[in-house]
Ligand binder design. Structure first.
Ligand code: GDP
Length: 315
């Protein structure tokens, strides 16, 4: 079956590794969030695309959930000596990705081509697409003055520098109204036999993808069943600030809220067996719940969950 997955970073990486183990690599297309993309030391860093690519290449540092396994941080140390800002950690081998990407973008290549080239170089046969070649940036408005005195933060300033500890008032996707889906994105949604919404932050990982004009319409028009995996288990996020950000958006911090964020096109949602109480709320929204084990602490469970996704009702 031809699968198109919409993905953020760490949560998505686990399910994608599982899917890659069950599918022919060419049958998997991943549409990645670029709302977290950032400029660090003049380099273009694309955390979610890199996490996806490294995961599919078998090179992701699975303990951290980002960066390359076995990487070193000597350049980071040297930058600190030079007085540069070093709250955003970049590994030495990882830096090569950002250097190559920045050079290619500077020479005029679109992000979609650069992303495909990096994936190919790392031996990834699945297709990795950015949601858009145009800049879309998640911005977080926080209460009170932060250390740097600004109240609209970039996603990385909020998540990494402030460790998501500040009170969030508002989330925006700068540039989204003018962004176009990257070449191949709408086609990958239209031609898929199964569309998977990875267990990713609905506000800052899937939200920016859905903010690109044309993508929600493509999902609504898609022939394929659309199956999601909840990033929320028993009223809280498995990791990261999804719960806080869903609250800011006024959506319930539960699988029902996840389904609400993906209305009207979500068909099936895999939820944790302990979240049985959410079944009526999901059915009321026209979403078919599948109760199963949705935590992926090891590769075996990544593959098991991927199998459940591939066996979902209607697939
Ligand atoms: P990031 O926020 O950019 O790192 O990327 P994601 O949005 O993909 O990852 C964070 C989301 O994944 C959070 O909302 C987590 O709750 C979710 N998540 C992480 N690990 C797991 C897991 O093993 N199972 C499920 N169901 N969700 C997970």
């Amino acid at each position: 079956v031809k699968v198109t997955a919409i993905a953020g970073g760490t949560g998505a990486a686990k399910l994608l590794r599982g899917l890659a183990a069950c599918l022919a690599p060419r049958d998997l297309t991943v549409i990645g969030n670029t709302g977290d993309d950032a400029e660090v030391w003049g380099l273009y860093v694309s955390p979610d695309l890199d996490t996806i690519t490294y995961a599919l290449a078998g090179r992701l540092d699975t303990a951290r959930g980002w960066g390359l396994a076995g990487d070193t941080f000597r350049c980071l140390g040297a930058m600190a000596e030079l007085g540069a800002e070093t709250w955003f950690n970049l590994g030495d081998r990882d830096l090569a990705t950002h250097l190559a990407r920045t050079a290619a973008l500077g020479a005029g290549a679109p992000l979609s081509i650069v992303t495909a080239d990096i994936a190919r170089s790392l031996g990834v046969d699945a297709r990795v697409l950015p949601m858009s070649d145009d800049p879309v940036r998640t911005r977080i408005r926080v209460a009170g003055a932060t250390a740097a005195g600004d109240d609209w933060l970039t996603f990385q300033e909020y998540f990494v520098r402030e460790k998501a500890l500040v009170e969030v008032l508002e989330v925006a996707y700068a540039g989204a109204p003018r962004a176009r889906p990257a070449p191949g994105v709408v086609e990958a949604i239209a031609e898929a036999e199964l569309i998977v919404i990875c267990p990713s932050n609905p506000v800052t990982s899937i939200g920016p993808v859905l903010a690109v004009p044309g993508i929600p319409a493509a999902l609504t028009a898609a022939r394929a069943p659309i199956v999601g995996v909840s990033p929320i288990v028993s009223g809280t996020a498995v990791s990261g600030p999804a719960a806080q950000l869903m609250r800011v958006r006024g959506i319930p911090v539960s699988p029902v809220g996840v389904a609400q964020a993906y209305a009207p096109w979500l068909g099936v949602l895999l939820i944790d067996s302990g979240d049985r109480a959410c079944v009526p709320g999901l059915l009321a929204q026209g979403v078919t719940p599948v109760l199963t084990e949705i935590l992926m602490p090891d590769h075996e469970r990544e593959v098991a969950l991927a199998r459940r996704v591939l066996e979902a009702p209607g697939v």
